[in-house]
Write a protein that binds this ligand. Structure first.
Ligand code: GLN
Length: 548
């Protein structure tokens, strides 16, 4: 039976609760335990699939096709444990389950209330797979005091109450603001936040305090006294140069020890942190630097492409180089003159996934530039579709090549659809169907799909196999009927769905590195196991950097 760690936040949002949870998961693994991390989000969206990446950061897709919060990406990157649909839940999903049951008559005429019906639904979710691991880490999104969060806090209170003693503990993450004028770290906001928690029946066992400065002994004792935790359970979390220092930094501060103490586990197994020491050593001691241009749309909020940014860092780790990635707004490239001077400083170009027409002509230009100049090009999902459209227009002579995604655009412009809306496909032996008017939520080709790679292709060499499985999140597909014409012009469709109908990878063998993939390899990359495509892309960028 798993032990449960509930992680809550106070004082302010964006303190790195997801990262702290992920790092704690990694530390427990380093001590030989199995873990699973879970996110409970109090917002009313059913899932983040329909939320703007501007507002909420990237949508992280799991193997089993759930569209989840980007924190699940952190969890996977730190623990290597593949997240599942059941690791992400929102208030929206909980309420819609409850209302569905009510309509079905499952509650036998009872009045439906937050307590017990909503809280029961939350507890049921927390329990899924509780026998499979040693520790279940459940992070509650938002901060204590948010109206939407209340049913979740109440549910975890009840949950802990129903379990035997010492089977559930609470970790609370807060901020100690630094007041420069007096040179002090302030503990009052944390005291208030813990008071708020206690008012709803929760008492933290471990306090993780984000601060710019080390916590002086006096403040630590004060926090322990006023917040009713042991002084060793007040953990300082200072800003780090790289997020991958977090497991080692938290270990130095005693986080994993404090957690095990709170459960009364003694003696605690010794940790083996060699993997993290190696990762951090590679990050801190690079032997070179490469510059990568990411030509995208949501460039104002880096979190919109969180996994891409991290996978590039992993590619750097694999090659022991620092990767300096710059986010360039695709629309800039729609003016011909600008493009050369903007892209010239870069050793490689990446066009990530995206939706909608805005910026696509700029991405097509960037793909053309990379192809002609023989600069390494990595097209991911929409980035592959752009590369295909570029090749169709400029190599095989379909001058109005485009994607059905852009046909209804206000401009009224119509294209020859090289990329089309897929209405029928096979999933686990069953035919899936959809039509253009379907609801937007959860209607994409989502989750892991297998692909076969052509023997002798560049990608087969990179992966070291011809059978792969990668995660998808898209509606549109490259039209396979153009295959021969592409191949005549040197663009190979080197990865296909097992039935041979859907192009999953394109490559240009006569180019140092020109690869487009219909899936999202960034979602499976880890610092200790960089994704082969990202590792090889950065290797190619290093070679390019030696040429210039
Ligand atoms: N908009 C494209 C599609 O739906 C690409 C999606 C993506 O890049 N994730 O097919």
């Amino acid at each position: 039976m798993a032990r449960f760690i509930f992680i809550t936040g106070g004082v302010a949002s964006s303190l790195g609760k997801g990262l702290a949870s992920a790092a704690l998961g990694a530390l427990l693994q380093a001590r030989g335990y199995s873990v699973r991390l879970r996110k409970l989000d109090p917002y009313l969206n059913v899932d983040p699939g329909t939320m703007s990446p501007y507002e909420h950061g990237e949508v992280f897709v799991t193997d089993d096709g759930a569209e989840t919060d980007l924190d699940l990406g952190h969890y996977e990157r730190f623990t290597g444990v593949a997240a599942r649909r059941s690791d992400s839940i929102s208030a929206g999903r909980i309420y819609s389950n409850v209302l569905e049951k009510e309509r079905r008559g499952d509650y036998l005429g009872k009045t439906i209330q937050v307590i017990p019906h909503v809280t029961d639904e939350i507890k049921e979710f927390i329990r899924i797979g509780e026998d499979e691991v040693d520790f279940m880490l459940c992070e509650i999104g938002g901060t204590v005091g948010d109206i939407e969060g209340l049913p979740f806090f109440e549910a975890i209170r009840q949950f802990a109450q129903e379990k035997p003693r010492k089977q559930c503990i609470f970790m609370h993450l807060t901020l100690l603001p630094y007041i420069a004028a007096s040179g002090e770290l302030k503990t009052k906001p944390t005291q208030h936040s813990v008071k708020e928690l206690r008012a709803i029946g929760l008492a933290p066992d471990v306090l993780v305090c984000r601060s710019e400065k080390p916590i002086p002994e006096k403040e630590r004792e004060k926090l322990a006294l006023f917040c009713n935790v042991r002084p060793e359970a007040v953990i300082a979390a200072q800003d780090l140069k790289s997020i991958y220092e977090a497991p080692l930094a938290y270990h130095r501060e005693g986080l994993d020890q404090a957690i095990l103490d709170a459960f009364g586990i003694s003696p605690a197994p010794r940790p083996n942190l060699a993997v993290w020491e190696d990762v951090v050593d590679r990050i801190h001691n690079p032997e070179g630097e490469v510059r990568v241009a990411i030509v995208g749309k949501y460039t104002e909020l880096e979190d919109a492409y969180k996994s891409v940014a991290e996978a590039l860092v992993h590619g750097g780790i694999a090659n022991r180089v620092r990767v300096r990635a710059d986010w360039l707004e695709a629309e800039l490239f729609e003016r011909e003159e600008g493009i050369v001077s903007l892209l010239e400083p870069y050793h490689a170009i990446l066009v990530p996934g995206g939706f909608g027409e805005r910026g696509t002509e700029g991405k097509i230009r960037a793909a053309e530039y990379a192809r002609n100049r023989k600069i390494p090009y990595f097209g991911i999902c929409l980035g592959m579709q752009m590369a295909v459209i570029e090749a169709a227009r400029n190599l095989i002579g379909v001058h109005d090549a485009g994607s059905e995604e852009f046909e209804n655009a206000a401009s009224g412009q119509r294209f020859t659809p090289i990329v089309y809306y897929l209405k029928e496909w096979m999933e686990g032996g069953r035919a899936q169907r959809r039509s253009a008017g379907d609801a937007k939520g959860g209607t994409m080709r989502l989750g892991a799909y297998p692909a076969r790679l052509a023997e002798g292709s560049q990608v087969a060499a990179i992966y070291g196999t011809t059978e792969i499985s990668e995660r998808h999140r898209h509606r549109y597909e490259v039209d396979i009927s153009y295959r021969e014409r592409f191949e005549e012009h040197g663009v190979c469709l080197s990865g296909l769905s097992p039935d041979g109908r859907l192009p999953e990878i394109i490559e240009i063998p006569d180019h140092p590195w020109y690869i487009g993939v219909q899936f999202h390899p960034e979602l499976k990359s880890k610092p200790f196991a960089p994704h082969p495509l990202f590792a090889d892309f950065i290797r190619a960028a290093v070679e390019q950097s030696r040429l210039v």
